[in-house]
Ligand binder design. Sequence first.
Ligand code: BG6
Length: 474
Amino acid sequence: MPETGTTDDLHPTVFVLFGATGDLARRMVLPAFFQLAQHGLLPEDWRLIGSGRGERTDEWFVDHVRESLETFGPSPDEGPWEEFRDRLRFAGGGFTAEDPGELLDAVTTARKELGEDVQLVHYLSLPPKAFTGYTRALGAHGLAEGARVVYEKPFGASPEGFRELDDLVHSVMDEGQVFRIDHFLGKEGTQDLHVARFANGLFEHIWSREHVAQVQIDVPEDLDVADRADFYDATGATLDMLVTHLFQVAAEVAMEPPVSFSADDILHARESVLSHFRPLAPEDVVLGQYEGYRDLDDVPDDSQTDTFVAARLYIDSGRWRGVPFLLRTGKRMADKQQRVSLVLHRPKGPVHDVPANGNVISLSLAGAGALDVDIMAKRPGPDLAMAPARVSLDLSQVPGGEPLAPYVSLIHDVLVGDRSLFTTSKGLAETWRALQPVLDHRPEVHPYTPGSWGPAAANALTGEHGWLLGQTED
Ligand code: BG6
């Protein structure tokens, strides 16, 4: 297992970016890398080798990176572009088990340039179906040895696909070398779940079934999928978001206190609770598809793909037994939000009319994140009237804070060898186990109006509280 360090003790690093000319690299990985440079979070010396199929020069790659930054930000003119640019290389000719293209030579040269004690990091910014071939090739050419290897999500698109990939990966490297990205774990708001809960007496003792009536993890999105309909139609909301991001965030909320705040202990605490996820009952899952989805190019006229999923998950740990975790997400919905809400039991005592949104602790995972507490307050005035009111902490305002985008934060964790915010093989096996009944008995797909809160059938999952962010009326 690699040791966890800090930016100060980073080794010189050779970073190989597979899929360097692809969309994900342009939008996310290259901008994140440049932001790391801007924040001074890269090792003192490093090389980034883009790997791709074409025969390209280093100069071509430098222009490509510059263009990506100009399109998706941050602008290279903000600096430090010159020293960044000088460390970019390109290795063309593809990379397969049979033929390493130019990569072996490029890695050898970069290693020589950086001296002894170089850390090698491979980033597979590739479509999931390419993971197998590239993993084999890493093994075949001895490039996995001592390296850290980053896999994008989804790590397997079915329980069988996951197991096959997992076995292959473990035949080439140890689990401790693997960094499986789930960028929701890298969000500032998600990371604040640890701190809000474990560093505040105000919250820790109410974090259980005695005080929490239900948890809502709600990620409505207003965007559609027109620009990636091909991928999306083969995936759907359940695989794209539920078994990945929403399950991982549920585990973050539900975990037992880690023994310490070390990376290993946090990882262990989150992963352990996944084994308590009760397999989802198909009647506790509502699927939806927005009207007009089938008119998109690349979507078949009879597609049954879910663009919406809502689920009632139970976590059978002593702490959470009987508390529903309500998970919801969908495309073309009424709003774009990312919110985790703990709805507290109404207080026993003289006040009986506390509304569902009257006693809620919630975190927004969007952007730099926010922590909100919804409380009942006296409405100022002559009468003893009450109203729900919100106390908000915008996390970007925490003194000295410099919020990092999830990819920036996670790539930094890879560089320092901190696996606390990555998924593990055992944990992912548990998420597939929990989803299995829904794969075996897929619920019907309800149509919903674009711009709505999804099918009204999802309302019944929440009981009397309703979906706090909004719901479609029956
Ligand atoms: C991705 C999903 O993993 O996360 C997308 O594939 C989804 O469908 C996206 O829109 C949400 O990410 P973000 O950056 O808005 O938190």
